[in-house]
Design a protein around this ligand. Structure first.
Ligand SMILES: [Zn+2]
Ligand SMILES: [Zn+2]
Length: 335
């Protein structure tokens, strides 16, 4: 990128970081601000990636985007005021946003952003609190996000979700057929190889998806739009691949280094096994006091490992290490 283009990207980045901060501060009294902030944090990450792909603030902005999306969903779903960790501090979330406040696309962006930031706690909440985007769209990326949500919920029907996503990408008769072929189909291929065991094929799929993402955005807009180069889904899938100890190609164009270098240690509730935010003193799911039952340090790979335990009371699939169901609080210990 030329120097003037890079300077412009840096200016846009700084502006979006600033307005995101304002939205985070205002969101405690008006949750619509959290929604604005989620969008602006993604834009901050995009412009930061265009200005300098090694900037570790890209990861923080994506993490914030995921947290703000969780706040929006929490405002929609809850009856009383709650508090959540947003940007490293605990902030109030008032109820009252209507369900339409979060579109399928925004939900998908939040889920990919949390995944790209390696933030399991936000990703799981987005996956669990909204099982699938409502039937408003059959957008390829929303369906791919639905498959990702299945994985974060530890669900066992990932294969059928990916097939749904593939079926929905039939480009015949669709105005956005090119986008499907160039963007969505290569991502579905990466996703499928992530859960097969051929590292060479996974690396080839990642490189192909990156090259096609870049070429598509260069060709379709006619003008260079550097903020489009960051691919949230591909970044998310590459982060998962690394967490699952899979080989990934070095220097992937549309996956900024700054994201791959940010820290990704996780903590999980000692009682229900769900990932937690570090500043939370009460487990969001099962109400365990995290100052008594100290959270367990873990990784995304460990969270995903082991076959889930099905709750005998409500049939929800729980993490293999859970002692109590996160959904209904029933004991998972054998009698
Ligand atoms: Zn818990
Ligand atoms: Zn249960």
């Amino acid at each position: 990128m030329s120097d003037p283009a890079r300077e412009r990207a840096a200016r846009e980045r700084d502006d979006y970081f600033e307005i995101t901060e304002l939205a985070v501060d205002a969101g405690g009294s008006d949750p619509y601000e959290y929604r604005m902030g989620a969008r602006d944090a993604v834009l901050a990450a995009r412009w930061a990636a265009a200005a300098d792909p090694s900037d570790t603030r890209i990861g923080s902005a994506l993490r914030l985007a995921g947290e703000l999306t969780v706040a929006v969903l929490t405002s929609i779903r809850s009856d009383g005021e709650t508090s959540l960790e947003i940007g490293g501090s605990i902030r109030p979330v008032v109820p009252g946003l209507p369900a339409e406040a979060l579109s399928g696309e925004q939900w998908a962006n939040g889920l990919w952003a949390a995944t790209a930031a390696g933030d399991a706690a936000s990703a799981v909440r987005l996956a669990v609190l909204r099982e699938a985007p409502p039937g408003e769209s059959h957008e390829d990326e929303s369906l791919l996000a639905a498959a990702l949500a299945t994985w974060w919920r530890n669900g066992s029907d990932l294969g059928s979700r990916l097939i749904d996503a593939l079926v929905a990408t039939d480009p015949d008769g669709r105005a956005d057929g090119d986008r499907l072929l160039e963007i969505a189909v290569p991502l579905i291929r990466v996703f499928r190889h992530l859960f097969a065991d051929d590292d060479e094929a996974l690396m080839a799929a990642i490189s192909d998806a990156a090259a096609r993402h870049r070429a598509f955005h260069r060709a379709s807009s006619g003008v260079d739009r550097p903020e489009q180069y960051l691919s949230l889904p591909l970044t998310g899938l590459v982060v998962l691949a690394r967490e699952l100890s899979r080989a990934v190609p070095p220097d992937i164009d549309v996956v900024p280094d700054g994201v791959l270098r940010s820290s990704r240690s996780q903590i999980a509730c000692a009682v229900c096994g769900q990932p937690l935010k570090s500043a939370e003193v009460v487990c969001h799911w099962c109400d365990a006091d995290t100052t008594v039952d100290a959270p367990l340090e873990t990784s995304i790979g460990e969270l995903a490992a082991g076959s889930p335990t099905r709750c005998p009371t409500c049939s929800t699939e729980n993490r293999a290490t859970a002692l109590r169901c996160y959904s209904c609080s029933a004991s998972l210990l054998p009698d």
